[in-house]
Write a new protein. Structure first.
Length: 200
């Protein structure tokens, strides 16, 4: 099949789209346990960027699994495929000149590495929302931990499935940081990346 696929050279490229938007495009990838605060931070960062007239789009487990990935479960293989697709979707958004904010558990180091390689390391900012299992269980926003402890959910990250912590994240957020403090920490890291460079 691949031998029948040909890349078509379009006249409008990523840099042309970035120039139209007035900023660079890349992926900010939030990883951490369920209930750690990933989506809350992605939402708050999007608000901050929106005020600065930055074009953004948020990807999270709920909006991706309702559509593109609705055929996937939570087995290790399905989780890896879920993350592979997230990487490819993010790559398209980056090519469209948009800053992507992705909030996913993404428990395996190899899958996060794959996403980083897919979008190119220059276009990847990893934010580790380092909230302990104890705090996440207390929050249990979706009631998932309670179900996992009762044996109703299999392959629950942190309970019956592993979470491999990022070794060198670009930003590490603690549950002790306020949302405002966290956004300031992330913004400091991405501020220079937003500036449009001559070669896109």
């Amino acid at each position: 099949m691949e031998k029948n696929i040909t890349d078509h050279e379009y006249k409008i490229n990523r840099f042309e789209r970035q120039k139209l938007n007035g900023h660079n495009s890349f992926l900010v990838f939030f990883t951490g346990l369920s209930g750690s605060g990933k989506s809350t931070l992605a939402n708050a960062l999007e608000e901050r960027l929106n005020k600065n007239r930055i074009h953004t789009y948020v990807l999270d487990g709920d909006n991706v699994r309702r559509g593109i990935n609705k055929n996937l479960g939570f087995s290790p293989d399905d989780r890896s495929e879920n993350n592979r697709r997230i990487g490819e979707i993010s790559k398209l958004f980056i090519d469209a000149g948009i800053v992507v904010l992705a909030a996913f558990v993404a428990p395996y180091e190899k899958d996060r590495k794959f996403i980083k390689e897919t979008v190119n390391s220059n276009n990847f900012v990893e934010v580790f929302v380092n909230t302990s299992l104890e705090v996440c269980e207390k929050r249990d926003v979706k009631g998932l931990y309670k179900k996992a402890r009762a044996g109703e959910i299999k392959n629950m990250t942190g309970i019956s499935a592993p979470y491999e912590k990022p070794k060198k994240p670009d930003v590490e957020i603690s549950h002790l940081n306020t949302v405002e403090e966290s956004i300031e920490m992330i913004f400091k890291v991405i501020k220079d990346k937003l500036e449009l460079k001559e070669h896109g």
